[in-house]
Design a protein around this ligand. Structure first.
Ligand SMILES: NCC(=O)N[C@@H](Cc1c[nH]cn1)C(=O)O
Ligand SMILES: [Zn+2]
Ligand SMILES: [Zn+2]
Length: 524
C-alpha cells in the first residue's frame, strides 16, 4: 500500500503527466475500494469500482474545455461592490443559469429586492436556484457558491488584464479564478464528467449561486429563511457543501469546519459640502480627513490588539485540548511570510499563535478611505467628506449586535474626546462566525475523497475569512455543512494577480466528483 502511495506522491514531485497520475490513482482506487458496499443502489452502466477512475480519465481529457469555460466566466467583470458593474453581475448569473440548464438542472432566478446606496435604491442581482435530480433513494447535497468578485484594475499592479484569464507557469491568472468562479465551475464539470462517462449522478443536487457575497450577501438570508425554507427547498437536503476557501498552504489539502464572521463599518466625517482648495481654506476649517485619521488611529495598536473596550470579553477561553489542535496542523509560517514578502509576521511568527489569531481571535483591519485623493500626483485638496472603512473578523461567541454596540460606543466616546464640530456617522453590516462538527460522517466522506485525489489525509482546518451565508444554510437546512476548498493558500484571492493552479482546478474537479460519490454512500 505504502509503495503505491509513495509512487503517486513521487509523480507529483516529478510533475509526471496527468495520464500517469490517473492510472496510478486508478490502481490505488481499485485496491482500496474493491469491497465497498453502497448504501444506495447506484443506477449505473458500469461496476462501481470503475466509475471514479473513468471519470478521472474523462476529466484529464477535457482540461482545455475547463480552461475555456473559466476564461469565459472570468471575462465577465461581476464586481458586486460597484454598481457600475451591476449589469455584469446579472449577466454572470444568467450565464451560469444557462450552464446549469445544459447539465439538465431545473433553474430559477429569484428576485431579492433592492439595496440602498447613497440614498438611492439599486436593484440587487438575482439569486440562481437550481435542482438536479429528485430520486428519493439518493442523498441530496445543497451546493452554494458565488459568482461575484472583488474589484480589480491592471493599474493596481496586475501583470496582465485581471478579467482575462491568462495561463503562466501552470497557473491560471484572473479575477475570480479561485474566488469563486473556478470552484463553482468545478461542480459543473464534475456533473458533466458523470454524464460524459455515461453514469447517472449518484446524488441529487440543489444549487444556491449568488452574486453579492463579496458585499455581504445582501438579500440572500431573507430569500433562504423567508421564502425557500417555508417553500420546502431544504426539506430533502441531507448535506451542504461550499467550495469558497483555500488550503492553508500550497501542498496539503484541507477540509474546513469554521469561519470567522465579519462586522464591516463605514465611518463618515463631513466638514464641508464640497472639496476645498487647501491654499484657500487650509487653516480655516476643521478638516474631515484629520478627524477620520484620528478615529481610525484609535482602533488597533501596532501589534494588532484591538483597542475597542470589552471587545475580547465574549471570546471563548482557550482550552488545553484546543491548543494541541494547532500544533498538529501542517502550516509553515516562513513559507507563508515569504509568499507575501512581508518583513516580519505578527506574534513573532509562532505557528500556533498565527493560526489562533487567524481562526479563533478577532482581528481588526483598516481597508481604505473613500473621498481621499488616492490617485498619484500632488493634489492639494481638502476633501469635504471622507468615509473610512474598517472591519472586525468575528469569532464564535461574538454576537454581531453586541460587537456593533461596543464599536459605536467607543467611536462616539473618542469623537466626544476629539471635540470636532464636524458631522460624524457610523454604520455597520455584520455576519456571525460559523463552526461545524468535523467528526461527522460527512467530513469523513470528504476526507476519503480528498485522500483518493491527493493521496494524503487532509488537515481539518478553520479559516479566517467569512462566508456570511454559511451559518444561514446550516440553520435553514439543519444539516451538516462542509467547506471543501479547491485552491491553494497562495492563490491571492482579493489581491493583485489572483490565480488558481491548473493542478488545483483539474484535481479539484475530480475531488468534487469523488466527493459526490462518497456522499452517495452515506446513510440517508
Ligand atoms: N471567499 C470568501 C470571501 O472572500 N468572503 C468575503 C466576504 C465579505 C466581504 N465583505 C463582507 N463579507 C471576505 O472578505 O471574507
Ligand atoms: Zn469567495
Ligand atoms: Zn472573496
Amino acid at each position: 500500500m505504502s509503495v503505491i502511495l509513495k509512487a503517486i506522491r513521487l509523480c507529483y514531485d516529478f510533475r509526471l503527466p496527468a495520464s500517469t497520475r490517473t492510472s496510478l490513482a486508478i490502481n490505488y482506487y481499485n485496491i482500496f475500494h474493491k469491497n465497498i458496499s453502497t448504501a444506495v443502489d447506484l443506477p449505473q452502466t458500469m461496476a462501481s469500482e470503475k466509475i471514479l477512475p473513468n471519470i478521472f480519465q474523462f476529466v484529464d481529457k477535457n482540461i482545455n474545455s475547463y480552461k475555456s469555460l473559466l476564461k469565459e466566466a472570468v471575462a465577465i467583470p461581476s464586481v458586486s461592490c460597484d454598481v457600475k458593474y451591476r449589469d455584469d453581475c446579472v449577466r454572470m448569473v444568467k450565464w451560469m443559469q444557462d450552464k446549469l440548464k445544459e447539465v439538465g438542472a431545473t433553474t430559477e432566478l429569484r428576485d431579492v429586492g433592492f439595496q440602498t446606496i447613497d440614498g438611492k435604491e439599486v436593484k440587487l442581482p438575482p439569486v440562481l436556484i437550481g435542482t438536479l435530480g429528485n430520486d428519493k433513494k439518493k442523498n441530496t447535497i445543497c451546493v452554494y457558491g458565488h459568482l461575484d468578485v472583488q474589484p480589480a484594475l491592471k493599474s493596481d499592479g496586475w501583470l496582465t488584464e485581471p478579467f482575462e484569464l491568462v495561463e503562466r507557469d501552470n497557473k491560471l491568472y484572473g479575477r475570480g479564478s479561485t474566488d469563486d468562479k473556478g470552484p463553482v465551475l468545478g461542480w459543473l464539470h464534475a456533473i458533466n464528467a458523470y454524464k460524459g462517462v455515461g453514469v447517472e449522478l449518484p446524488v441529487n443536487l440543489k444549487f444556491v449561486f449568488e452574486c453579492m457575497e463579496e458585499s455581504g450577501s445582501e438579500g440572500l438570508d431573507a430569500l433562504l429563511i423567508e421564502q425557500l425554507k417555508p417553500a420546502g427547498f431544504f426539506n430533502d437536503v441531507d448535506y451542504v457543501c461550499i467550495s469558497d476557501n483555500y488550503w492553508l498552504g500550497t501542498t496539503k489539502p484541507c477540509i474546513t469546519y469554521g469561519l470567522r464572521g465579519i462586522s464591516y463599518y463605514f465611518l463618515e466625517v463631513e466638514c464641508a459640502k464640497m472639496d476645498l482648495h487647501s491654499g484657500v481654506y487650509g487653516g480655516t476649517v476643521h478638516e474631515a480627513m484629520s478627524d477620520l485619521i484620528y478615529l481610525m488611529g484609535q482602533l488597533v495598536d501596532k501589534d494588532g490588539k484591538i483597542l475597542i473596550t470589552d471587545i475580547y470579553k465574549s471570546v471563548a477561553p482557550l482550552t488545553e485540548s484546543e491548543k494541541s489542535l494547532y500544533t498538529n496542523i501542517d502550516f509553515d509560517p516562513e513559507a507563508y511570510r515569504k509568499s507575501i514578502e512581508a518583513p516580519k509576521l505578527a506574534h513573532n511568527g509562532v505557528k500556533e499563535q498565527l493560526l489562533m489569531h487567524r481562526w479563533r481571535y478577532p482581528s481588526l483591519s483598516l481597508h481604505g478611505i473613500e473621498g481621499a485623493a488616492f490617485q498619484p500626483g500632488a493634489k492639494t485638496v481638502i476633501p469635504g467628506k471622507v468615509i473610512g472603512k474598517f472591519s472586525i473578523r468575528l469569532v464564535p461567541n461574538q454576537e454581531p449586535e453586541e460587537v456593533e454596540k461596543l464599536v459605536f460606543e467607543y467611536i462616539n466616546k473618542k469623537w466626544a474626546e476629539r471635540g470636532s464640530p464636524n458631522k460624524m456617522r457610523i454604520t455597520a453590516q455584520s455576519g456571525r462566525a460559523w463552526t461545524e462538527n468535523p467528526d461527522h460522517p460527512h467530513y469523513q466522506a470528504a476526507a476519503r475523497a480528498t485522500k483518493l485525489i491527493y493521496q494524503t489525509d487532509p488537515d481539518m482546518s478553520r479559516e479566517g475569512g467569512s462566508i456570511p451565508v454559511t451559518i444561514t444554510l446550516q440553520e435553514a437546512s439543519g444539516r451538516n455543512v462542509l467547506l471543501l476548498p479547491m485552491g491553494a493558500g497562495d492563490d491571492m484571492a482579493h489581491s493583485q494577480n489572483e490565480k488558481i493552479n491548473v493542478r488545483n482546478y483539474i484535481e479539484g474537479i475530480k475531488l468534487f466528483a469523488a466527493y459526490l460519490y462518497e456522499v452517495s454512500k452515506l446513510p440517508k
